[in-house]
Design a protein around this ligand. Structure first.
Ligand SMILES: [Fe+2]
Ligand SMILES: [Fe+2]
Length: 259
């Protein structure tokens, strides 16, 4: 952002909303961490040596990330049509660009790791629970249920991805780590949008919290099962898995949606 730009937090609430939902804000944010990168990482970065089983487990995890990103890409693009106003439509269009990029860089990482047909591997290695989640999200969007869809996508799915990618980045090879950290920066914006959008609705619609709790009760087992699958593949120690579970729950419960 230009150094003479006003601090965004000093804007009045309406201008703040206008600003953070804009393509201009998106561009100012992403150019800092995407300029000069190729497929999400420094072009000169060297591959670390991975054993065959490490590589295979990483491929499985990345395939599942591709499923999650495709769910978000399909969801965000479908939600533009039912978004209630211009600002939410424009924000979602920036999210569509982000999710398309995430899918592209993760798929490219699979190519780097020697996967010749990523689509075939993604289908073969996809977690059934994550596929169930993806199907359920697309049903909510098709039902034009704005609040439940935003909750499932921009809170639950984003919290799942944010927490998992952050944990994985701690254990990942350098290239995968850089790709994941760039994605995390985008996911943080997407969660912020979901919390802001639903936070305002929860204040004016007191029964919405119970309805979202029912959505959460349905989707939580799928999400937590997916996390468990990923952590098994990455062989993450038990204590860190518990921390990841807590990070997911804390993100979802910031809106007060409890089981
Ligand atoms: Fe994403
Ligand atoms: Fe996202």
């Amino acid at each position: 952002m230009a150094s003479d730009a006003p601090d965004i937090h000093e804007l009045d609430p309406e201008l703040f909303q206008e600003r953070v939902h804009s393509f201009q804000f998106w561009f100012d944010a992403v150019q800092g961490y995407l300029a000069g990168r190729e497929y999400g990482h420094q072009p000169a970065a060297a591959e670390e040596d991975l054993s065959e089983s490490e590589r295979d487990r990483l491929v499985t995890v990345l395939c599942n990330y591709c499923v999650g990103e495709t769910a978000a890409l399909d969801g965000a693009s479908g939600l533009i049509a039912i978004a209630p106003d211009r600002l939410t439509k424009i924000f979602l269009s920036t999210q569509v660009v982000d999710e398309g990029r995430h899918l592209e860089v993760l798929r490219h990482r699979l190519l780097d790791l020697g996967v010749e047909q990523p689509e075939v591997e993604i289908e073969r290695r996809a977690s059934p629970r994550l596929m169930d989640f993806k199907r359920r999200l697309s049903e909510l969007v098709a039902e034009r249920d704005w609040a439940a869809s935003i909750f499932a996508q921009n809170v639950i799915l984003e919290a799942l991805e944010f927490s998992t990618f952050q944990m994985h980045a701690r254990y990942a090879d350098a290239i995968t780590r850089e790709v994941l950290l760039g994605i995390i920066k985008d996911e943080r914006r997407h969660i912020g949008f979901g919390e802001n959008e639903l936070g305002r609705r929860l204040k004016s619609h007191p029964t919405l919290r119970d309805r979202l709790a029912r959505v959460r009760a349905e989707l939580d087992p799928l999400v937590l099962g997916t996390v468990e699958d990923a952590m098994n593949e990455l062989q993450v120690p038990r204590a860190d898995r518990d921390a990841l579970g807590r990070s997911y729950v804390a993100a979802v419960e910031r809106l007060g949606v409890r089981l």
